[in-house]
Structure formats: structure tokens, C-alpha cells
Design a binder for this molecule. Structure first.
Ligand SMILES: Nc1ncnc2c1ncn2[C@@H]1O[C@H](COP(=O)(O)OP(=O)(O)OP(=O)(O)O)[C@@H](O)[C@H]1O
Ligand SMILES: [Mg+2]
Length: 362
């Protein structure tokens, strides 16, 4: 178990900056997830921690000690890759034993560790098989087992579940959560799947373009995204955005008018004092739109373009007269149909406001 600190961590390939000065403190035993779109630098940052990439500038500390120059094998980390990276000709047992044999650990100790890891991962019955005789999920478990037997201070996972089908991803996700509970180890997990991020993380680090956009607990990011990027990235389907302008300010609310909606008083909690006339982006999540209309709730009217029925709920794609497209997530079983005119309402408490630079207001 270990703490991990990055200060101004930077990675450049020639004159291309890929990681642009990241500061991050990870507590002992914490489960931290790096999320962000493809190419944002998640794997690069993980590989810098692992020692598989040089750190161009800045510092990496593990358990308080500078590790920039330390060889990967001496950092006390174990990494699990998307591509399992198992030896095809070795049995599961030998795959797990390999690193320990290289480290010249005693035979009894190796055996005990493998049996313990196999027990944790419920794969005692698979130890004599070759990787080709295993399912994708079982192979991934071997890769995780190989990390466990090394008893690392920090586990690093790079999209470990991406190659698995949907059902297996869900069950492996639960196994990894259970594993974290059982081992109490520090874990850093890279994914572009925000459901994995939300469900696994103690804290999520949202990256874009090699820059940290926000760090926080999953529900913090969902409830109070600090900028438009995080607002659009966390949540599925993504948040709807309306362009508008500030038409009034009150002590605890800001009045916003958009082409789609009449003037709406958006409650704000902080002491934001933006000026009237400023352009703003107003956001609302699909699940916070409602077809119920008591005649007083604010809302807007549009035409249903597409209905996707998911069973328990339906996704409605709605075109507004100004061209804005909106997605609403509503209860399943309704009679909505493409071509219908529909009015959607919302509670202003669910609105998010962002300034012209995309930063949260309030
Ligand atoms: N050797 C290299 N030389 C130059 N640029 C590189 C090199 N390796 C990676 N990059 C660039 O660094 C950026 C970050 O890559 P990285 O693999 O970390 O992204 P990622 O967030 O893991 O993406 P994905 O979700 O697709 O795995 C990308 O724009 C990539 O093109
Ligand atoms: Mg990657």
C-alpha cells in the first residue's frame, strides 16, 4: 500500500506536449480512475507512473520517495493491460509464477501466493490450463492474478475490460471493486467508459488534452461539473446544452433566457455575480427532463425525431425550432412517437450554467 504524488508531471515527444503539468495526490488505499476521450493522455500518464515512459519534467513520488529515475521493477507497482499479455505456451500457474521466479522467490512462497491469488479470483480450477483454453474474462483474471502475486504497493490498470463483452464487463467490474475492498491496495484505473469510472472510483480524474479538467468523487462530478467538458463527459446520454444570455441577476439566482426556453431563474449557490447581457451555456441532463407538465414548471416545446425504447426507459431525440437537438430520458412504456410535438419541463435546481469560457457559474 502506498501514497502517490505527481507534481507538474509533464511528458513531451519532441515538441509535442502530451501531458501538460499534472498535479495529483493519491492517498493510501485509494481507487483513482483516469477518464477522458481517446488520445487525452490516460495511458501515457499511467505509463509514466509505471516507469514505461520517461517523465520529461516534474516529479513522481511513491510513498514519499522520488521515483522518476527508478526502474519499473523497483517501483513496487504492477500493471494490468487491456491486451492481457500472457505467455501462450505457459500454464496459468506458470504465467502467474513467472515474475516471482525471475525474482528468485522460494518455491513454497511462490506456490502459496499463487494459490491465494487464485482463491481471491476464483480460478483454482484453471491453474493448469493454457491461455488459449480460457475465455476472455478468465484470461483477464490471470493477468490480474499475476499482478496480485507480486504484492505491489500500487496496482495500475489500463482499460483492462475493453476486450470483454458487455455482461462480462459488468461482472469483472464488480470483481475488481471486490478485489480493491479485499486487498485494500492503492489502485489507478484507466478507462474511457464513464460507467466504470463512476462505479469503481473513490475519485475520478477527468483528463482532456493532457490537462486535468476536474478531480472529484463520482457524484461531485455528476452534480457539480466544473466546466462544459466535464459536464458533457460525465453522464450518459450526455448533458443537453442551450446557448443563451443572462437577462437578470438576483441574490440567489441568475435569470437566463435562451431561444428555446422563456426566462428561467437558475438557482446558484456560490457568490457568482455575472453581468446581465453575458453569453452563457445552460445545461440539463436528459434524465432531468420530464414529460409531466403542471403548467407552471419551465420547459420548452419541440418535435420528436426519434424514440429509442430501452424497456424501463425511453430516449427521446427532440428537435427544437431553433435547430437545437435535445435528448430526454423518460419512463418507458409511454406512447411518444416520432413526429409528435412534445413539451418537456424541468426543475431549475437541475440546471447547470457555464460562462463563455466554459467554466461553471454558481
Ligand atoms: N511515441 C509517441 N510520439 C508522439 N506522440 C505520442 C506517442 N505516444 C503517444 N502519443 C500521443 O500522445 C497522446 C496521448 O496518448 P495516450 O495513448 O496516452 O492516449 P489515451 O488517453 O490512452 O487514449 P486511448 O483512450 O485511445 O487509449 C495521443 O495524442 C498520442 O497520439
Ligand atoms: Mg490508452
Amino acid at each position: 500500500m502506498a501514497t502517490l504524488n505527481l507534481s507538474n508531471a509533464t511528458k513531451s515527444y519532441g515538441d509535442v506536449d502530451v501531458i501538460k503539468g499534472i498535479d495529483l495526490d493519491i492517498a493510501d488505499g485509494e481507487f483513482v480512475v483516469f477518464v477522458g476521450p481517446s488520445g487525452c493522455g490516460k495511458s501515457t500518464l499511467l505509463r509514466m507512473i509505471a516507469g514505461l515512459e520517461d517523465i520529461t519534467a516534474g516529479e513522481l513520488k511513491i510513498d514519499g520517495e522520488r521515483c522518476n529515475e527508478r526502474a519499473p521493477k523497483d517501483r513496487g507497482i504492477a500493471m494490468v493491460f487491456q491486451s492481457y499479455a500472457l505467455y501462450p505456451h505457459k500454464s496459468v500457474y506458470e504465467n502467474m509464477a513467472f515474475g516471482l521466479r525471475l525474482a528468485k522467490r522460494p518455491k513454497d512462497e511462490i506456490d502459496a501466493k499463487i494459490r491465494e491469488a487464485a482463491g481471491i479470483l476464483q480460478m483454482e480450477h484453471l491453474l493448469e490450463r493454457r491461455p488459449s483454453q480460457l475465455s476472455g474474462g478468465q484470461r483477464q483474471r490471470v493477468a490480474i492474478g499475476r499482478a496480485i502475486v507480486r504484492n505491489p504497493k500500487v496496482f495500475l490498470f489500463d482499460e483492462p475490460l475493453s476486450n470483454l463483452d458487455a455482461a462480462l464487463r459488468v461482472s469483472m467490474r464488480r470483481e475488481i471493486a471486490r478485489l480493491h475492498g479485499e486487498l485494500d491496495a492503492t489502485m489507478i484505473y484507466v478507462t474511457h467508459d464513464q460507467v466504470e469510472a463512476m462505479t469503481l472510483a473513490d475519485r475520478i480524474v477527468v483528463l482532456d488534452g493532457g490537462v486535468v479538467q476536474q478531480v472529484g468523487r463520482p457524484m461531485e462530478l455528476y452534480n457539480r461539473p466544473q466546466n462544459v467538458f466535464v459536464a458533457g463527459f460525465i453522464g450518459s446520454p450526455k448533458m443537453n446544452f442551450f446557448q443563451g444570455e443572462i437577462t437578470g441577476t438576483q441574490a440567489d439566482s441568475i435569470t437566463v433566457t435562451t431561444p428555446a426556453t422563456a426566462a428561467v431563474a437558475v438557482p446558484v449557490t456560490s457568490n457568482a455575480t455575472p453581468e446581465t447581457g453575458r453569453a452563457v451555456t445552460m445545461g440539463i441532463r436528459p434524465e432531468h427532463l420530464s414529460v409531466a407538465d403542471d403548467g407552471t414548471a419551465p420547459g420548452f416545446t419541440g418535435t420528436i425525431v426519434l424514440v429509442e425504447r430501452l424497456g424501463d426507459e425511453s430516449l427521446l431525440e427532440i428537435a427544437l425550432s431553433d435547430g437545437t437537438e435535445v435528448i430526454a430520458k423518460v419512463a418507458g412504456g409511454g406512447s411518444e412517437a416520432a413526429g409528435d410535438t412534445i413539451r418537456l419541463t424541468f426543475d431549475p435546481a437541475h440546471l447547470h450554467l457555464f460562462d463563455a469560457d466554459g467554466e461553471r457559474i454558481g
